[in-house]
Design a protein around this ligand. Sequence first.
Ligand SMILES: [Zn+2]
Ligand SMILES: [Zn+2]
Length: 366
Amino acid sequence: MASLYKFSSLVSVKDFKEKITSTINNEDTCLERNVVDRLKISSEMDITQETLAELEDVCSPSNLKFEDEPTSDMDPTTKTTCFSQADLATLTAVSKKEGQNSDPRAKIFYSRNKNYIILSEQLRNAKTNNNDIIDGPEVVLSVALYHPVKLIKVQEFLVVGRQTLTELRDKIYCPADSIVVGEHSENPEFTTVTTAKDICPSGFIFIEGVFYNDTRNYLCRNYSKVIMEWTNEKHKGQQPRYGVCTSKKMEETKFEDLTIKLGYPYVYTHQGNCEHLLIFRDLRMLHGDDPQSVSNYPFPTFRPRPKRQRCMICSIYSARWLTRNDLLMSEDPSLFCESCFKSLHYKNNQKAYTFSAYQYSGHYYW
Ligand SMILES: [Zn+2]
Ligand SMILES: [Zn+2]
């Protein structure tokens, strides 16, 4: 697995797929789960069908699980409760270690010790849509997206080669896209919500000298134009210092059309200057344990644990409003839940004094 600092040599996704499919048999790339030629196995092992069934039963990985086994995305406190109920000394030890039935401060510590969720359970249990089952060999890429400032991984997806880059872009969550635009202190009951993404749908992904611009919406601007003019400018009559860059349409480019370096930091830019590192962490063939429908992809496999910002007055409910130049508050900006915001700032449904108000999402992932 490639890390943030190590990367592979250039790999053409299409060439990789062709090389693999020409090397291995069709039988080996069979996508159906549990497709096993039982007769062939029993004759090769020289055992009867009954013995084979018994062997399957005894060696099944399900024997390693206990009843109500916790899932990976389960809350850690609930998980330790499940552990303590299992009749296994090792799991009882784990539950003791993690502070179950002991110090409540330890419980809080263990429930907060992971700020991310790996969605492996969802991956295993993904429902197959029979209308768009992936027929034949297909490649899967693992794409990670990083925080624009902290440089920590905030999302990771599995995508299949036949999908376009825009299909991934539409699944990427960034709070900068969901900001509700406008000052609403005069009309806090407004119903039409316009987000930053509605106004600025532009964006590009930069991979190996090519800007893939999203041009689906008539409001999209070509962010890459200025950068390309700058990079492609000849330096003292010589060739451009950073190589000649080109641009293509994001919605017309499939992942299998790309040539990439695994582990190399590429860039996804949107909302003007919100820049995320985008890293292809893995490239492999689709196998029987993967979700089998195209509509299952891009499949999220990693996301941060949700957080919430509380109201500064009651400290109970999530913040819904942000005010600026607020005479009643000592902090600027200030955050309020719906109820505290209205009771403090309005009298008989009229604005009681001067301030400006913006809608705020108290729930966020990062
Ligand atoms: Zn962003
Ligand atoms: Zn409140």
